[in-house]
Write a protein that binds this ligand. Structure first.
Ligand code: ZN
Length: 283
């Protein structure tokens, strides 16, 4: 469900996203299968600090790798307690089986990356693009004509349709659409999604994402307005999104994968919160 990317540089390996701590040994083995040693990962680029992207970053930091992240997310990696406790409220007893542990990262190893910033690592240049909407601490990273998009360019399994991951607490449609536009304007040849893999028609993909985001948000809105509890909305939204995928010829096993990569109950909570903040004038 979670793609990590490895780039060779003159200054060691660059890893994009780490996945959670629970899949760390799997990642180690995958790096070895490619003929490398995980201890040679010297630079870790995180698109954002959600556990499925950044949960194992501290393991690489313990091996002295530098961890690059948006400045809004940076303090939470140095002191993950607050992040952990707020996620625990959502995941409850599933917290540790899903995400494992998260330990603090030494502040000296954390490198903030800001919008438009160019950086060179081991002779390889890349540019950071701040891309909020899915999360307020979200960056995308452009290497030449390819962009590593984290969750800003959505979730797509096995060349199926793209869907927007909408977990709480940061979902912001207006910001997300600006981020989609920003990525489009880079005219990339390829996008590399975290869930899952490369996308070779970026403009079409990003337009589809925007449409789906509007569709999902519009579906949730009347339930927000009628104060329907999330527990009542979720089974209905599961039905709605499953039928959407079926209508787009997604095979049943992949529908299960979509649900794992992007749980429906999370999107219900995230989109309800979006409409609430919007009504309160906080967005
Ligand atoms: Zn995320």
């Amino acid at each position: 469900m979670i793609a990590n990317y490895l780039i060779e540089s003159a200054d060691g390996l660059i890893l994009i996203e780490t996945g959670p701590e629970t899949t760390f040994t799997h990642l180690q083995a995958a790096i070895e299968r490619e003929g490398f040693d995980w201890r040679d990962v010297k630079h870790v680029l995180l698109t954002h600090i959600h556990f499925d992207h950044a949960g194992a970053a501290w393991k690489f930091a313990q091996n002295n790798a530098k961890i690059y992240v948006n400045p809004v997310g940076l303090p939470h990696l140095n002191n993950p307690e607050k992040l952990w406790n707020s996620a625990k409220r959502i995941y409850k007893d599933d917290m540790e089986p899903l995400w494992g542990k998260m330990e603090p990262i030494d502040i000296n190893l954390l490198v903030p990356l800001n919008d438009g910033e160019d950086k060179v690592i081991g002779g390889i240049k890349f540019t950071t693009w701040y891309t909020p909407g899915h999360a307020i601490h979200h960056n995308a990273y452009q290497f030449g004509s390819v962009v590593f998009t984290g969750d800003a360019a959505g979730v797509r399994i096995n060349n199926g349709p793209v869907v927007p991951p909408c977990p709480p607490p940061d979902i912001n449609l207006e910001e997300w659409k600006k981020s989609i536009e920003k990525i489009k304007n880079l005219n990339p040849e390829l996008l590399y999604l975290a869930h899952f893999g490369p996308v070779d028609l970026p403009t079409k993909h990003l337009s589809n994402l925007e449409n789906m985001l509007d569709d999902w948000a519009a579906w949730i809105k009347p339930y927000y307005e009628s104060h329907t509890p999330a527990e009542e909305i979720t089974p209905k939204f599961v039905e709605y999104t499953r039928n959407q995928l079926r209508e787009m010829d997604v095979p049943e096993p992949d529908i299960v994968k979509y649900e794992k990569a992007n749980p429906t109950y999370m999107s219900v909570t995230g989109l309800l919160r979006y409409w609430k903040l919007k009504e309160e004038g906080r967005i």
